[in-house]
Structure formats: C-alpha cells, structure tokens
Design a protein. Structure first.
Length: 320
C-alpha cells in the first residue's frame, strides 16, 4: 500500500505523527509526502517518510500559474489528485493507494479497508452516518470528507482522479461557493461509482462524535460502536474538536481524553514548536516580496488578463 499526504512545511509535525502511526500498524506501507514548498525544508527529512516530492515536480501543467492564486490551505489541498496520479505512475506494481490528511492518526491495522477494496476501486467517507450527526454546514462543505480517500488501481480510479484534478486546478477555493476539494466529492458516487464507506472507526472526527461511542477495548485496541477505531481525524484540534469532545463525552474517564492528550504530546515530540510558524514559500514572489491577498484575488478574478505572464512569481504586486 502507498499512503499519500500533502503538506506545507508548517504542518510537517502533523505529517510525521500520521506517518509514524501508519508504520506502527501497517509496517509494509510506503508513505509518500508531497511538500508544497519551493524547496525541500530541512524538517522534511524523517525516517518514516519513504519519499518526499515537491508539488512542482508532480507534473502539474503550468504549475506556477496554478498555485499562484491559492492560499496555503487551498494550494496544498489542490495537490491531492495530482499526488495520487504521481504515486500510481511511480509505484506501478502497487494496487492499493490511500490518501490521508496530515491530521489523521492510525490506531488499528486497516484490514477491513483492504477487504473492501477487493470489491470497490474508490472509497469515500461521509461526514455523518445518521441524522444525529447532521449539520446544515454540509450544504457548503459537502456530504463527504476528503481527509481519507482509498483507491484500488483501475480505469475508474484513473478517470476519477483526472476529473477531480481538472476541477481543483481552477476551483479549489474556500469561499461562498466552493469548499476547496471537498464539495466535488458529492459527484463521485454518481459519476464514478464510488463506494460510500460507512465504517464508524474510519474518519472519526469532531463532526461525528455525537453518533460514535467507545464501547470496549479488545487486544489493546479501542472499539467504536463495536467496530475497531482505525483512523481518527484531529481536525480543529485546539478549537472545535476539544469543544465537541467535552459536549459529547462529559465524563473525564472517557478514552477520548487519553487519546487526545497522547496525540498532543506526539505533535510536541515531532517538533510542532519549530514548524507551526513557518511561512509558506508560495506566499512570496521570487524577489521575496510578500504577495498581497488583493493581488491573488485579481489573478483569481481575471486569469485571462495575465495569461501572457509566464511565471507570475517573477512579477511583483505592482504588476497586478
């Protein structure tokens, strides 16, 4: 299995925790990290990363023009389908490919995922599994969460990644219309026969804690709704997640508090203090002038106006 993730340098501490947890439970897996920076940051050298590839080396057409209009969050998100395509080309003998956000942590072998990929080539996970977890915010954010996506090599997978990549090349914005890459996943079960993966132990997160309860521990593994907890998504760690944990699990003895404390300690061990404030290199022109948000907005609003610009990073704010 090839496990892919995308990160900027400021989130490398999260990627390291995720990678180490993969190796703990799936030691034969290879972890491929796409670093969306102009150069490989020294903190990206890590024994649990099998490969670090720069986003600009994935083969994205006119990469500078594509990335220039995006914020760090949008730009890293937009690389997901391109990284998966790259991994499928590079690791031609591999069949199973898993994408995980950097704020995921693995807690159990992924046996059931492998079994499901024997029958389906694309797996997506909904934010909520029943009406207790419903939130009208999903009308904007989408039905499915893009923090985990699993694929078996197939023509259907290739078609999906090509289609998704085309959408994200131009429309991976967090704004009133798009929720970056995620809203597009609503079309995946319609256009590409994607399988909706309803296992409660995968992609457990702040938005679905209300419907998922720790039921028991077996052989050292936690079980949620009587299924093994395999992947927890620590999105909104120091805000929404902690608030929701207190609301859904008021008893301090709940296992979630121990998992949370251990995860925070892991982030500290992996150098959070060193990486969290690193500035995104694509927020700067080649001259090191900071790219103003108004400049990115102008480029976003009228890309045709700047088509003659071979590399917008070679310009300056005064050009826009």
């Amino acid at each position: 299995m090839i496990v892919c993730t995308v990160t900027s340098a400021s989130n490398l501490h999260r990627a390291k925790v995720m990678a180490r947890s993969i190796k703990e439970h799936e030691p034969q897996a290879k972890v491929v990290v796409c670093l969306v920076e102009k150069n490989v940051h020294p903190l990206a050298h890590f024994p649990y990363f099998d490969e670090v590839v720069l986003a600009k080396d994935l083969g994205v057409p006119n990469f500078p023009k594509m990335i220039f209009k995006y914020t760090a969050s949008e730009g890293t998100t937009a690389m997901k389908p391109y990284l998966l395509q790259y991994a499928m080309r590079r690791y031609a003998d591999e069949r199973v490919f898993l994408y995980l956000d950097t704020d995921m942590r693995v807690y159990h072998p992924l046996d059931e995922l492998f079994e499901t990929l024997e029958k389906h080539s694309i797996l997506i996970t909904p934010h909520a599994l029943d009406q207790r977890g419903h939130n009208d915010d999903y009308l904007l954010a989408g039905t499915y969460n893009s923090g985990i996506l699993a694929f078996a090599r197939s023509e259907e997978t290739e078609r999906f990644l090509a289609w998704w990549g085309d959408r994200l090349y131009d429309y991976c914005y967090y704004d009133h219309k798009y929720f970056a890459d995620q809203t597009w996943l609503d079309f995946a079960p319609v256009y590409f026969n994607a399988h909706i993966w309803r296992h409660p132990g995968y992609n457990m997160a702040a938005w679905n804690l209300i419907e998922r309860n720790f039921t028991h521990i077996k052989n050292g593994y936690h079980y949620v709704n009587n299924r093994p907890l395999c992947l927890f998504h620590y999105s909104g760690l120091w805000g929404h997640l902690q608030k929701t944990i207190k609301e859904c699990y008021p008893a301090s003895s709940n296992p979630m508090y121990g998992l949370l404390a251990a995860y925070e300690q892991e982030l500290k061990e992996m150098g959070r203090s060193k990486s969290k404030d690193i500035l995104w290199s694509y927020d700067f022109f080649s001259s090191n002038e900071f790219i103003e948000q108004a400049t990115k907005q102008k480029y976003k609003d009228d890309p045709g106006k700047y088509q003659g610009m071979a590399n917008p990073f070679e310009a300056s704010n005064s050009h826009f």
